[in-house]
Write a protein that binds this ligand. Structure first.
Ligand SMILES: *Cc1c(COP(=O)(O)O)cnc(C)c1O
Length: 448
């Protein structure tokens, strides 16, 4: 039997799951939809700022916009005075339209287009330079526009030498020489690591502080470093996760499917606590045993962070309606009114594992004891278009008209991969906010 992987929830999520609003919206919007909670975004952002303040570290939080296309989170970032991390003309346009000031943007991504760089320089955005040829283009552009470009130099992580991002040691030296006397404010260095290791982030941050000292010796400003994103999100409890990992077998998945690997859905240290841990740790080889926070303060270096997923923790979920139930040998194949394009983990040889919550369409007698295992397929003609391959142990027998709610999907899951495949409309996004004892909703402003 498969084990349950119950998603963590919040009070507002629980009361919304009990509310008639979800069924009403499914009826009114004629298909699947995503729910967004801007207040949770605000709370997550406040927690990151709190972690910086507690450590006595000067710093700035930039929301990594690629984690979700909705307008509402970027608008909240603007209002709260957060920065925003953008990596394309479209993201930059959306951020400016949401009210984020140019100087509060950091532009990341490899080999940025000339268009993107021009607007970034004109808007005084901070540019994380990824390569020497890109630096040359920035300097030339700044000269041409009669402006001073603001740049960070992105470090290739020595522990991830096969990364295609960033400058290696030799390239950094060359980049520093090129910045001297050029129309540029060389404000510091950056990295973004894949994975969620806190130790690697502490160590590499310490190396960037040392690089700032080198750069200052050349007369450059170098007073900030960015440690990027990659603050883990904790989706499920430790016991559920351990049981799942210990008992995992191909028979637990439809068609005996197996996967390359899974996101670490349980993380003992997550979100702003991960930042706390990074700041409190002593970098490897730090002679005086000083914490990273202490090193930053001593060097007068500010810390920039660019969380995406972690700012969206519990800030949204995705709702599908069951439109068919087919019995198989010992389990059911559910078909819902959308596709796995709205659950992007399914497209990375992996699976979004937390159990979707079944919200019954009407009162039903609980016949015999559950659980009722079922996998979840899409309303498309592709054999492999499954929202969930795993045979989820549902507490009641799913029926047509029930809703399946995939919780905590705002970070990367809901819309990274969506397309109107099969001429199915893109699921709309519904912004939900508490209003007294009820909820108010409106559509998000982002144009598809
Ligand atoms: C994707 C990305 C982020 C955000 O990563 P999360 O894992 O969502 O926190 C931050 N910075 C850069 C440069 C990125 O590419």
């Amino acid at each position: 039997m498969t084990t349950a992987l119950a998603s963590h929830t919040t009070p507002e999520v629980r009361s919304l799951l009990d509310d008639t609003l979800l069924h009403e919206l499914s009826h009114g919007l004629l298909g699947p939809y995503h729910v967004l909670f801007p207040e949770r975004f605000d709370a997550n952002a406040a927690a990151f700022r709190e972690a910086l303040a507690e450590a006595g570290v000067e710093g700035r939080v930039y929301y990594a916009k690629k984690a979700n296309k909705a307008a509402v989170y970027t608008e909240r970032a603007a209002v709260a005075g957060l920065g925003v991390d953008v990596a394309s003309r479209g993201e930059l346009r959306e951020a400016l339209a949401a009210g984020v000031r140019g100087e509060d943007l950091v532009v990341t991504g490899p080999a940025k287009t000339q268009d993107l760089l021009r607007v970034a320089v004109l808007q005084s955005a901070l540019i994380a330079v990824d390569a020497l040829d890109e630096l040359d283009r920035v300097l030339e552009l700044a000269g041409h526009l009669g402006r001073t470009a603001r740049v960070l130099l992105r470090r290739l992580p020595p522990e991830q030498p096969h990364s295609r991002f960033g400058l290696d040691e030799g390239e950094l030296e060359s980049a520093l020489r090129r910045c001297v006397g050029a129309p540029v404010h060389m404000e510091g260095f950056s990295f973004h690591l894949s994975g969620y290791d806190v130790r690697q982030r502490t160590d590499l941050a310490a190396e960037l502080i040392a690089l700032c000292r080198q750069a200052r010796a050349l007369g450059l400003r170098a007073d900030r470093i960015s440690i990027g994103g990659g603050f883990a999100v904790d989706y499920v409890g430790a016991d559920d996760w351990r049981r799942f990992e210990e008992s995992r077998r191909p028979e637990h998945f439809h068609a005996g499917k197996s996967f390359g690997g899974f996101y670490p859905y349980h993380s003992p240290v997550a979100g702003a606590d991960a930042l706390r841990t990074i700041l409190a740790a002593t970098p490897t080889g730090s002679a005086e045993g000083t914490s990273l926070a202490g090193l930053l303060r001593a060097a007068g270096v500010a810390l920039l962070v660019e969380p995406g997923r972690a700012l969206l923790d519990q800030a949204g979920f995705s709702v599908f309606r069951v439109q068919g139930v087919k019995e198989r040998d010992g389990y059911a194949v559910l078909t819902v009114d959308g596709s796995s394009l709205s659950l992007s983990e399914q497209w990375f040889d992996s699976e979004f594992l937390p159990d979707p919550v079944l919200v019954p369409g009407g009162a039903r007698p609980v016949a015999d004891a559950g659980p009722y295992p079922a996998c979840v397929g899409a309303a498309t003609c592709l054999e492999s278009d499954m929202l969930t391959w795993r045979k989820i142990p549902f507490p009641v027998r799913p029926a047509v008209g029930d809703l399946l709610v995939y919780l905590n999907t705002a970070g990367y899951q809901m819309d990274s991969n969506e397309s109107p495949f099969h001429e199915l409309p893109l699921p709309p996004k519904v912004v939900v906010e508490p209003a007294g004892s009820r909820f108010r909703w409106r559509l998000d402003r982002h144009p598809h």
